[in-house]
Design a protein around this ligand. Structure first.
Ligand code: AMP
Ligand code: MG
Length: 354
């Protein structure tokens, strides 16, 4: 039986001095085991008490998330690391010192019996992070419980970077949404597993390979992408397709002029039977005026901005009923690694190499 809940929205304006007070009701609902969406510096999260089986079950059912895909637990105070895990790795501690609060999730050995079994999906580890967002931190401080929080979207759809995206997917399925405006990074956290002197990136994100290496020069840093993984993925989320728009998305790679020329040809060829969309950088947007919807992610030299706009763009193509989409590609340096990782997943690894 599907139960419809009235989803409350709390609009938080951090300019007002009493914004903390407005979080009392959503915080109390979180403590009482309800599911509440809230902004973080990466994307909106759908939170619930990570210790409660019932609260966590509510997250999986609202999102339609496969139960073997574990959830990241969000904390507001460093002392919680030792309450929830048996972390003894010096490098892991250094990464927390350097990047928390921030978009870095560490996979750590979980303490037995303190978290819901569904949070860890039966693994011996838990992913932990401290988000760098004043509303998220204050909400969790008031709720005073560890918060399991995946992205607040329907499983498989692009993650939400605005409260309206959360409403589009989860209205009627969750207790409420704390609306704190647009998120910052716009892509999910970097997920790492540290063992000895080795940092394995299981998912690229807001903290880049270059930043990790600079923080730990003596460590080896490797990026395990789903294409390179022949064995069972170490991070269960890696095996799922994600972020996909409804239209068929193809990434076109190659020299810039050739890419534009190819996309224009394709649009011309498919215009009769399709609503055609192009996802591109500002420098090339003028080439694509024949397309039905052209979305520019900003300059090719400002990939942070492109990252923050990607999910909103993917959702826009759906809103306009676009059936075929061609996208330009970026470099994989810095935040480009996370940007291309999400774009490839959204395209189901459908790439034309010119
Ligand atoms: P999401 O919550 O949608 O941002 O996704 C969280 C990502 O972290 C997924 O790819 C999960 O598979 C991964 N993850 C969470 N917990 C663990 C864990 N204990 N071990 C490995 N990967 C994890
Ligand atoms: Mg997600």
């Amino acid at each position: 039986m599907d139960v419809m809940i009235h989803t409350k929205v709390w609009k938080i304006d951090q300019i007002k001095s009493d914004w903390h007070v407005q979080l009392a009701q959503p915080a109390a609902l979180l403590s009482a085991g309800k599911q509440i969406a809230f902004p973080t510096e990466t994307v909106y999260g759908l939170g619930a008490d990570a210790r409660s089986e019932e609260a966590v079950r509510g997250i999986f059912s609202a999102k339609g998330r496969p139960s073997d895909n574990p959830l990241i637990v969000h904390i507001y105070d460093r002392s919680q690391v030792h309450e929830l895990t048996n972390c003894t790795n010096e490098l892991a501690e250094r990464l927390m010192d350097q990047f928390w609060p921030g978009p870095l999730t560490l996979i750590l050995p979980v303490r037995q019996g303190v978290l819901s079994n569904q949070v860890t999906a039966g693994l011996q580890t838990v992913g932990l992070r401290m988000p760098d967002h004043p509303i998220a931190l204050e909400l969790m401080r008031q709720a005073a419980v560890p918060i399991a929080a995946p992205s607040a979207n329907t499983s498989g759809r692009p993650s939400p970077t605005l409260a309206s995206h959360v409403l589009d997917d989860l209205q009627g399925k969750i207790e409420g949404i704390v609306d704190g405006g647009a998120t910052g990074v716009g892509l999910e956290s970097t997920v790492v597993e540290v063992s000895g002197q080795h940092i394995q990136i299981l998912r690229p994100g807001g903290v880049t390979v270059e930043q990790l290496q600079a923080c730990c020069p003596e460590a080896s840093v490797t990026l395990e992408t789903e294409l390179e993984t022949k064995e069972a993925p170490r991070s269960p989320g890696m095996k799922y397709t994600h972020y996909a728009p409804q239209g068929k998305l193809v990434i076109v790679k190659g020299e810039s002029a050739a890419v534009s020329q190819y996309i224009v040809q394709q649009v011309t060829m498919h215009a009769a039977e399709n609503k055609c969309g192009v996802l591109c950088f500002k420098e090339n947007a003028h080439h694509y005026e024949q397309a039905d919807l052209v979305l520019s992610l900003g300059s090719v030299n400002q990939l942070e901005q492109a990252a923050s706009r990607l999910y909103e763009a993917l959702r826009k193509f759906d809103e306009y009923g676009v059936t075929r989409i061609w996208s330009e590609a970026s470099t994989t340096e810095g935040i480009g690694a996370a940007f291309m990782n999400r774009l490839l997943k959204a395209a189901g690894h459908n790439v034309i190499n010119l």
